[in-house]
Write a protein that binds this ligand. Sequence first.
Ligand code: GLA
Length: 379
Amino acid sequence: MKNLSFFLVLLLNISCQNTYKNEYMPQLTINKEIFGKTKENTTIHKFVMTNMNGMEVSVINFGGIITSLKSRDSKGNYEDIVLGFDNLSQYEDESPYFGAIIGRYGNRIARGEFTIDGITYNLAVNNEPNHLHGGLKGFDKVVWDAAQEVTDSTASLILKYISQDMEEGYPGNLKVKVTYFLDNNDDLSVRYEAETDKKTIVNLTQHSYFNLSGDFSKDILDHEITIEADSFLPVDSTLIPTGEIISVEGTPFDFREAKTVGEDISMSNKQLSYGNGYDHCWVLNNQNIGLRPVASAYHPGSGRLVEVFSDQPGIQFYSGNFLDGKLKSKQDGNYGFRSGLCLETQHYPNSPNELDFPSVTLNSGEKYMTQTVFRFTSK
Ligand code: GLA
């Protein structure tokens, strides 16, 4: 009898443990480990978010950089599909913005100059003759405060940074918060928030380079792209929009139906020659409905698909034309020409100097808040 009751208690215990496991064990986790030390001797951590399917996103608090992102192929294999480095010094010294948060202003500002209320501000000309991606030490190169949170439905990494008044030439103390959320549907959401104490400009984005094949020795010309845009912004030879908005109809810039990157990229076309391929901002449709599908990339070989949803008016589709085989890859070998592609949701380049473009001004007392979701599936 004693033995029987002992057995019953044991059974009850096991079944309670199982119930506990099924209902309460967090299916999403975040692990924190040391990634490296900056040149100023600051320790940088890597946060690995994992969901119940095995999708894994690694982010470091240097630049808010996604260093690795494993998404599933049509056979259910999770593999890393973002270009990056396995050490901090390459990110500090030579990164073409791999995986980083870009700010204060993603993309170019002509001649590094803009005016607010009659005052002209001068920014670094770090991409002759223009300003690019926030300057010499943009948000891609600063150390962010990081906090992690896991709920039943998401694992999130909350990154905060205070950019001082006149840092990189931009007015206003800008408090920035960027949150990465991973859920069990293999969605990675990025929420950007900012507040200023003085009228300023803001345009934040995420600069991951995707190669959905998972093999970074291959180029991305076989990826099929869609962009929900009837028009795009033609640029001058320095990649500054001319101010015109042009229909994509009958041009290599028409991605309303899925088309491979390679299909038209070698056409003789002035815009393609300025970008040495695609490096343009598309004017997204349905700008008044908030978060909506804006673009996708599909790799037929692996079946991997990334769909992008955003509330932003534009998307810069960059086909990795500046990659030239010099940067050492985290896999064996180097990053070759067009070995990654970027889908950067954002406001239009040079908006501070184009009054007809949607405004990028942030006033003191206002809240900047935007969202982009990357959905990783396979078919
Ligand atoms: C953006 C720009 C490109 C290039 C890359 C970084 O996508 O539009 O011209 O500067 O960033 O190399």
